[in-house]
Design a protein around this ligand. Sequence first.
Ligand code: FES
Ligand SMILES: [Fe+2]
Length: 383
Amino acid sequence: MDRDQLIDLTRRALKLARDKTTDLAPGQHTVDARDYTSAERHHRDRALMLASPQLVGYVSELPGPGSYCTKTVMGRSILMTRAADGVVRAFENVCLHRQSQVATGCGTAKRFTCPYHAWTYDNTGKLVGLPGREGFPEMTIRSDGLTELPAAEFGGFLWVGLDKDATLDVAAHLGPLADELDSWGIGRWSPLGEKVLDAPINWKLAVDTFAENYHFATVHRQTFATIARSNCTVFDSYGPHHRLIFPLNTILELENVPEEQWDPFHNMVVIYALFPNIVLSVTIANGELFRIYPGDEPGRSITVHQNSTPLDLSEESVATGAQAVFDYAHATVRDEDYRLVEGLQANLSSGARDHLVFGRNEPGLQHRHLAWARALSESAAGG
Ligand code: FES
Ligand SMILES: [Fe+2]
C-alpha cells in the first residue's frame, strides 16, 4: 500500500477515534439462526468452498525449486511443490496404490516415496518408482501420477482450486485488492508454521469473530484492548471482500503531529476478509492468516492459523520471540473468541431465538453475510 493511501486511512481512523465513533452500515441487519445450524446450509457452504479459489499459504512456504509443503483443506490432504521449472503445482496427497499420504510436513525433496509400499513420485507428480513391478501390469511409470489440482502463486500467496476440472482465476477473484495485498509483502515474509483449532462452532461463527472490534473492550479487555481501540473501525468493501482498519490506542497521539511525520502503520491493524473463508491480519511485525473451513457437521469447523514475520529468524532469540508472539495471538483467539462463541453455537442450536442482529457498527459482519448470501443465491440460480 502506498504512503498516500496509508495516510488517508490514518486520517479516517483518527477522525473516528477523535469523534468516538465508527464507520456505520446504513441499517441494522438480521440473520437467520439456521444459517449456523442447518444441514442444508452446511452442504451449500461446503459446495461454495469447493467452487472458490482457496488461499492456502504464503509463497515463502515454497521458497525455491525442490521445496514442498502439505496442506489440509476441508479434510483433503494436498501436496504442493515447486519443481525445477519454478512452477507451483498442487496434487491430491493420495497414493495411486492404496491411498496413503505420500508426503507430510514441508521441506525440500525432489521425490516422494510413499511410506507404505514405497511407490515413488517426482515433484511434478509423476510415478517414477514402483517396487514389485510385476504385481501391477496396468500401471505405467512416468505416465501415471498423482491427481493434479489447479494451483497458482499470486499476490504473495499460494492458491489451489479444489475442483480439478475448473480453472483457477485468482486475479479475477481478488479484483482491485490484488496489488494491495501483494504490496504488504507478508506472503514473502518468513513463515512461522501452522496451528490448528478444531472447534465446536459453525465456520461462519468463527469468521464472524474477526469481522468487528466492537467486542474488544469486553472479550479482550486484558489483551488486545490494552493496545487497540474498541468499536472503532474504518470499513471498505471490494466486491465480496472487505478491509477493516482497527486503530491502535496510540492513534490519538497523531492529533498534534504534522502528517509528514506520521508513521501510519505504527497506529493500526489492517484486516482483510477474503471471500469466502480467509482472514488476513497485517501489522508492522506480523502477517497472520486464518483459513477457516466448515467441519463435518454444521456445528464444527477447522481453523488453520498461520503467521509470518519480516524479522530475520536465523538469530535464535529473534525466532523464539516471534514464536512467542504467535503463541500469544493464537491463545487469545482460542481462549477468548472461540471459547466464548461456543456458547453462541449452543444457543443457536437450541432454537430459543430464530435470528441474530448485526448492528450498523458491524459493517464487516453485515458484508460477510451479504456476500455469502449473494453467492449462494447465484449458485442456486445456476449463475
Ligand atoms: S499405499 Fe502407497 S505404496 Fe502402497
Ligand atoms: Fe476477538
